[in-house]
Design a protein around this ligand. Sequence first.
Ligand code: ZN
Ligand code: ZN
Length: 295
Amino acid sequence: MPDRLVLLGSKGGPALRPGGPWPSSSLLEIGGRAIVVDCGLGVTRGLVDAGVSLKALDLIFITHLHSDHVLELGPLIHTAWAAGLATPVTVFGPPGLGHYWRRFCQAMEFDIEIRIADEGRPDIRELVCIDEFGQGHVVEQRGLKVTALRVDHPPVTDCFALRFEHGGSSVVFSADTAFFPPLADFADGAAILVHEAMLEEGIERLVARTGNGARLREHLLASHSFAEEAGRIARDAGVKRLVLNHLIPADDTEIGEVDWIAAVRKTWAGDLTIARDGLVVELSGAKAASGEGTA
Ligand SMILES: [Zn+2]
Ligand SMILES: [Zn+2]
């Protein structure tokens, strides 16, 4: 199995619009492991469509507890379990993740108990191990090393960029963050940097159609990065490929890939991929498999 990154959900924020992309989730296949990074709405569908057997689910990472990154975590594991998952799953995430998981199981108690009794399923509560991490070392096992960096995503303090390394290859996810220069050191020399991005000209239209305009604008500007800023991080880190992801706005018909490219080209001249749902990026040479969505 060649190492690859699949962008399952590429939009920033929790809203869904007709025909539009899904919130944040990604699949990273590296060193023979299938790793899920963030579990926004649509992650289960995305994994199945990417050819992953839900019964093989074993490693999940959550960058922070905003709903567009965690809302479908419980439903993903539950669906895998109902589909026959019988092996342990470890979920790494920020403090508070254990609370989410325990309460999810409580909310689904009727169904969980009845499937154990009626269908002979193993107890889902015993299959899942929740590992809450902070900044620094997260885990090292079977040649896979994962480290975390606290990023700048107010008012959320426990939001972590993640670096996955295996066999000399590394992939870094920025998580949600305002422009945060320490990310450049953290992503130093990575094959792929997946960085969140927003586009200035799209923000006003987004704010106008979403309601509570002033507060939303304030949150976006304080907690997220412009595409040009993502490009600066990629350049300073000397990564091989920059993937712009968690796009804000992601579903504005007035804004196309060409606009994202124009913005990021002000600061980044290297290999570039603009995310869209289902896009595959091969890790070998960090080349995009389809050729589309790249520039
Ligand atoms: Zn988000
Ligand atoms: Zn967030």
